[in-house]
Design a protein around this ligand. Sequence first.
Ligand SMILES: Nc1ncnc2c1ncn2[C@@H]1O[C@H](COP(=O)(O)OP(=O)(O)O)[C@@H](O)[C@H]1O
Ligand SMILES: [Mg+2]
Length: 343
Amino acid sequence: MGLFSFFRQEIAIDLGTANTLVVYDDEVVVDEPSIVAMDRNTRELLAVGTKAMNMHEKTHSNIMTVRPLKDGVIADFQAAENMIQGMINMVEGRRKFFAHLKMVICIPSGITEVEKRAVFDSADHVDAKETYLIHEPMAAALGIGIDVMEPMGNMIIDIGGGTTEIAVIALSGIVTDQSIRTAGDELNEDIIEYVKRMHNLLIGERTAEVIKKEVGAAIPDIENPPPPLAVNGRDLLTGIPKQILVNHVEVSEALDKSIAKIEDAVIRALEETPPELASDIYRTGIYLTGGGALLRGLDVRISEKTKLNVFVADDPLRAVVRGTGIALKNTHKFTFLMDRRSM
Ligand SMILES: Nc1ncnc2c1ncn2[C@@H]1O[C@H](COP(=O)(O)OP(=O)(O)O)[C@@H](O)[C@H]1O
Ligand SMILES: [Mg+2]
């Protein structure tokens, strides 16, 4: 790190509903769940990220865990600010007193003006001198390596924790944007419901998340199916802990309705796309980003539904933060992509 960078520091943040990532010096240095733990009475901050997640659903009356972003909006402003600060403080090598901190923060595109202001304020409180906000689909497009300034339409589906965003991007703008609240969290709820209904077993969010990752699928017929997973929970009838086996075919049934909602939103977005851009998408296909892109067979299912080519981005959980990092390096070039505030 040169002398200049000692005075000038730049970070890119993907403020996701499920995960927050920070890029510093071209590297992802923070990748943590978007959650904080607080004292229930004083609201004193106890833990941020993974540490807070480890307490989630295991807390007692004095401690609560909060996911500050829910359904793609900021549900708890103070918790959000604490979280942003906590994540920035995790950046190693960050000095408390440097001359100039520049940040680009990626926000869900459904965020309101009031919420944007809250994010800007949080940035001020960590002494950022120059802050930019970029919308998620644009950051995802940059992260995939799409030339967003070209007069060529590209469709991106970002499936995060709280929202699925379906956007068509061309000429540096978001042409169509569908945001629905069917995303990773809802898929977990589907799994909880299914296991309750079919196996009389109560499981928590975290177990549902493990099931989705280990044996999750969008269609019953997938290549290289994973072995069934042993799942522990509480028997609804006896009230005592019990173990069952869950396989990917069951999960595909559990998720079927929610995935159909995502498909419907994709069709709506395609219907709203102007014809010249639609013909571009016919050639370029659809890109999947966000953690939901990792669901087995989802690309195949969307491709069958739309009859278009569907590609899963490289390392889809990091596509948005990669793009936010690219925006950070090119703030002069991408001014029109972002909102700005300087202090
Ligand atoms: N292998 C996987 N299969 C299906 N879903 C996954 C997988 N890995 C992560 N996810 C889901 O992706 C979501 C997080 O994705 P992310 O893009 O980080 O969301 P956000 O941008 O909202 O923070 C979570 O709901 C998580 O359960
Ligand atoms: Mg995201």
